[in-house]
Design a protein around this ligand. Sequence first.
Ligand SMILES: Nc1nc2c(ncn2[C@@H]2O[C@H](COP(=O)(O)OP(=O)(O)OP(=O)(O)O)[C@@H](O)[C@H]2O)c(=O)[nH]1
Ligand SMILES: [Mg+2]
Length: 376
Amino acid sequence: MGKNRKPDWYDPDSSEHFVGEIKKGIVTPVNEGKRNGRPGRFVKKDAVQGPLPADLAKDILKGDRVALARAITLVESNAKRHFDQAQELLRLLQPRTGKSMRIGITGVPGAGKSTFIEAFGTYLCHLGHKVAVLAVDPTSSLTGGSILGDKTRMEKLSVNPRAFIRPSPSGGKLGGVHRKTRETMLLCEAAGFDIVLVETVGVGQSEILVRGMVDAFMLLALTGAGDELQGMKKGIMEIADLVLVNKADGSNIPIANKTAEEYRRILHFLQPATKGWESRALACSSVTGDGIPGVWGMLEEFESNTKESGVFYERRREQSREWIHALISDRLEFSFYQQPEVKALLPKVENEVIAGTKPVASAVDELFRVFFKGFS
Ligand SMILES: Nc1nc2c(ncn2[C@@H]2O[C@H](COP(=O)(O)OP(=O)(O)OP(=O)(O)O)[C@@H](O)[C@H]2O)c(=O)[nH]1
Ligand SMILES: [Mg+2]
């Protein structure tokens, strides 16, 4: 092998999880390869693969966190063969998923999401629950992710053996993040987590996306005067089952209570986010812990209520249906823009439309004719 050549065992698609680890019961090819006829540390590229999905599934069902993290890495990978392995894994685990309470949490930057999840998650672990924290970060394609699920504000929770925190997957469009987060949620459920918290910043489309994958949705609001409530995006209140006025501590208590009262009044006039459930507003403090048990109490009530009425199950069914259609749209869009003929024609028709020499619908029609021709 020449000095400047990449060695042939080098695999750019593999994360460190897929090479270099040996674990009892898991087949890893590392150290099984031979270099120059001698046992070597590395194996040939084609032989590099992770543990078999069946082995990974077994370990996940035992609650093995290393296996869970490894499976999430598979789900998050954009490599084709990882996709196939991840799908096989999900197929194996499917019967053991769906048992958790899925809770979405949103709020503007600084609303106190991280601090709340630290307090709330720790409380739930105390009660004996197992809590997974996931994040959907709308800016992840720009920043490389990990704004959310930041472990610095979740110091206690991140070391709690009953909790599992996974920052937002990075890279790709929101649509891709959508699939990855939903699949990660299923993996966490199979690993025995009975409460999944999905955090997102309340900007753009991400809160709608998260609403579409959880059972209950909470909005973390700041205390403020009436004007602030007026300026609040009404849309976001319409999808919340619970508005939490955080930071209700010290001298802030009276105004927090007043704000919660105002939210209650507004919520009363809005269409409920969940059929048969009038959305509520509560004040709490993530610092003193006041009101935190009440939040869980309300969520338990929400769960039993909606399960009894069937709304809970109906929503889950609807979400599965929507999930299929979301993936179809993503995939169609992706294949459309990836097709070489479309790629080549697009700048030309764009110019024609801008120059006013071609109507927009005709331009799109032309692109689609080229697109479909690629299949015939
Ligand atoms: N007094 C008080 N301060 C709080 C409380 N919750 C959060 N804070 C403070 O509010 C600030 C923002 O809290 P974060 O938890 O980082 O807020 P966030 O919503 O996660 O913010 P981003 O990650 O930027 O979206 C921090 O300085 C916290 O210490 C609370 O219940 N009471
Ligand atoms: Mg935060």
